[in-house]
Design a protein around this ligand. Structure first.
Ligand code: GRF
Length: 227
């Protein structure tokens, strides 16, 4: 099977896009990033795509009267590029039920929390306000409900004393960059089945859908209970 043609949809900095571009440089990676679409002309991710030699287009939502017209323009780009899989990576527009249906089980999103906790925005502020001891990120299939859909992979991140939202955001991003390429590799490699809105991997190994932030293997996480 050839590499699966993948589009990454962004709105901003595109560090997750970068992680996918970097992973896809490996010759045995089962997906190839063939197109980047941004709804914002100033998204730095467009520059990342250009540097990687990947076609990058702007589909500016402000240029369209309706969401249907905006999505039709995105669909045209996806079709022209022969796209099979879609990764949302910091794409800040809500997609219609029709779009989600067309890309059913072929579109992934990454969200900076351990879903189903903290759907929506300001996930790190909310985790800190709750005094959570762990947080993380989730790669899930796209459904019409915001930040919902079968969970493919999660990354777990400790909340450390003195963290503010910015520090926590950066720590979560580190694990996002590990999780998204692995999750896409599972999907593109044909390992993923969705049954009853739950993900099952073919020949799933224990822990295959879980990534621990590297902090978990460094002190103080390796100390015994006596300290
Ligand atoms: C990430 O935190 C992602 O989980 C969320 O938006 C952010 C995008 O960051 N959906 P980047 O543009 O990939 O750096």
């Amino acid at each position: 099977m050839g590499r699966r043609a993948t589009a990454v949809l962004i709105s901003g900095s595109g560090t997750n896009l970068q992680a996918l571009l970097d992973a896809a440089r490996a010759p045995d990676y089962p997906a190839a990033v063939r197109l980047v679409i941004s709804n914002r002309p100033d998204a730095f991710g467009l520059e990342r795509a250009r540097r990687a030699g990947v076609p990058a287009v702007v589909v500016d939502h402000r240029a369209f009267e309706t969401r249907a017209d905006f999505e039709a323009a995105i669909e045209d780009e996806l079709r022209l590029a022969g796209i099979e899989l879609v990764c949302l990576a910091g794409f800040m527009r809500i997609l219609s039920a029709e779009f989600c249906a067309r890309w059913h089980n072929r579109a992934l999103n990454i969200h900076p929390s351990l879903l189903p906790a903290y759907r929506g925005l300001h996930t790190h502020e909310r985790a800190l306000a709750d005094g959570a001891a762990i947080t993380g990120c989730t790669v899930h299939f796209v459904r019409p409900e915001l930040d919902a859909g079968p969970i493919l992979m999660q990354g777990v991140v400790p909340v450390l004393p003195g963290d503010d939202a910015e520090v926590l955001r950066r720590r979560v991003l580190e694990v996002e960059h590990l999780v998204y390429p692995r999750a896409l590799a599972l999907l593109a490699g044909g390992r993923v089945r969705v049954e009853g809105e739950r993900v099952q991997l073919i020949d799933e190994q224990p822990g295959e859908r879980l990534v621990l932030h590297p902090a978990f293997s460094a002190p103080p996480f390796t100390r015994s209970h006596r300290g």
